[in-house]
Design a protein around this ligand. Structure first.
Ligand SMILES: [Zn+2]
Length: 432
């Protein structure tokens, strides 16, 4: 956020002053690209443009419109996208990046972060907001992407460690550490872990929120219950990072969230991941999953003893019962005008980065959202909910040229987000 807000201004200046045409640090050579003929879904929720022109310069979108309404620059390479659908690069508003390798946690390294961001990009996820377990290497990578260089991986934003202070003084100290680390978000967890831990008290999270806001940092809250969602939003929380899963949402929460313009990330795939491996999931046969899956990990998840332990586990049963509540609540909140930001809580073992974002979109539509609503939640609204909309989230002039070319229309069937022909980040086509 610190780093995405300033650059569009430089880039706008560059439109006026051709001599300054490189955006960011000046390392990037200006290159114009023209994309023609696609059906454009721009991420704002507006109806698609059936025969669109998108002009990109130096990795930034400079003009968008229906063919015939946009003046085409002469002598510029044109990418013919007839028969294709162009959507903004997908944004995961609640992921985790760098901690897991295979099914092993605690594997954080620069290499792992970069590998996982490259994996996300191959799946059309061009931005991941990592809400916790982030370390210095992630902050460095976040800063490198702000330099205006061409990117071969998803953009990353970070929250640092998930804070768990014991006292209000402790809260101030931990927020100061987050600030020193230069995180984009502060993340806290309000959860008694099915009765096995002490839940953070209101006094503590109110102190975190106050200190974070004083430092200019937004706060994302992990909650499960309606009561905790209401209390944390009333206390000033800026983002509800999971569905309410204990009971139906009520008018009071809806009014609070609307009034404060607070978004929610449903993370339905998080729920799914707790019980789906009790048997062999159908997606183990999906070529779109298999193209980037590790056969050794699949073999581990197909182990009959492991499957039986999950089928018999109390926690799998607990979450499976709550998933339909989460899905109903998603539809209600969306119908009532609360903005939804697609998130998966992936990057935790068994929650597969890249693939799970597409599975999440499928579940959101299963829950009752239209494909357009699901797409907006994964693009324009995800960006505005996460404070990234100055430069990301939609295909509009002034935004970075992050987009996905699909061979089928996702408005006909949300499963068509998997029909990826190419992925572009900062105007550069990603190797897939
Ligand atoms: Zn999470």
């Amino acid at each position: 956020m610190h780093n995405t807000v300033r650059r569009p201004f430089l880039c706008l200046v560059s439109l006026i002053l051709p001599l300054l045409a490189a955006c960011g640090d000046g390392a990037q050579v200006t290159s114009m690209q023209v994309f023609t003929g696609a059906r454009l879904i721009d991420g704002t929720g507006a109806p698609p443009i059936e025969n669109a022109v998108v002009i990109v310069d130096g990795g930034q979108i400079v003009a968008v419109g229906e063919a015939g309404t946009v003046e085409l620059p002469r002598g510029i390479e044109t990418v013919d996208l007839r028969g294709r659908t162009l959507i903004p690069g997908l944004i995961n508003s609640h992921g985790h990046v760098g901690d897991v390798r295979g099914l092993e946690a605690g594997q954080y390294s620069r290499e792992n972060v970069l590998d996982q961001l490259a994996l996300s990009a191959r799946y059309g996820i061009t931005t991941v907001v990592s809400l916790g377990d982030d370390r210095e290497e992630g902050v460095v990578i976040r800063d490198e992407q702000a330099a205006g260089q061409s990117l071969d991986r998803a953009r990353l934003f970070v929250a640092g460690p998930v804070l768990n202070p014991a006292t209000p003084e402790d809260a101030a100290r931990l927020v100061a550490e987050d600030l020193a680390m230069n995180v984009d978000w502060v993340k806290i967890r309000i959860d008694d872990a099915m009765g096995s831990a002490r839940k953070m008290s209101p006094e503590i999270y109110e102190a975190v929120i106050t200190e974070a806001h004083r430092a200019g940092l937004p706060v994302a809250v992990h909650v499960i219950t309606l009561e905790d969602a209401k209390r944390t939003v009333a206390a000033g929380a800026d983002f509800v990072a999971h569905s309410v899963r204990d009971q139906p949402v009520d008018d009071e929460l809806i009014a609070l969230m609307r009034e404060r313009r607070i978004c929610l990330s449903p993370t339905l795939t998080r729920e799914l991941s707790t019980f789906i491996y009790g048997t062999r999931p159908a997606f183990f046969d999906d070529p779109f999953f298999l193209r980037d899956a590790d056969p050794a990990v699949i073999a581990q998840l197909e182990n009959p003893d492991r499957q039986r332990r999950i089928r018999e586990s109390a926690s799998a049963k607990y979450w499976e019962e709550r998933m339909p509540i989460a899905m109903k609540n998603l539809t209600r909140l969306s119908d009532e005008g609360v903005r939804i930001a697609m998130g998966t809580d992936s990057g935790v073992a068994t929650r597969f980065q890249g693939y799970f974002e597409h599975l999440e979109l499928e579940l959101m539509v299963d829950a009752g959202l239209t494909p357009m609503q699901a797409l907006v939640a994964a693009t324009g609204d995800a960006a505005s909910c996460m404070g990234l909309d100055a430069s990301l989230g939609t295909i509009e002039p002034g935004k970075r040229a992050d987009f996905v070319v699909l061979t089928s229309n996702p408005l006909d069937d949300i499963m068509n987000t998997r029909e990826i022909e190419s992925v572009w980040i900062e105007g550069k086509r990603i190797e897939r």
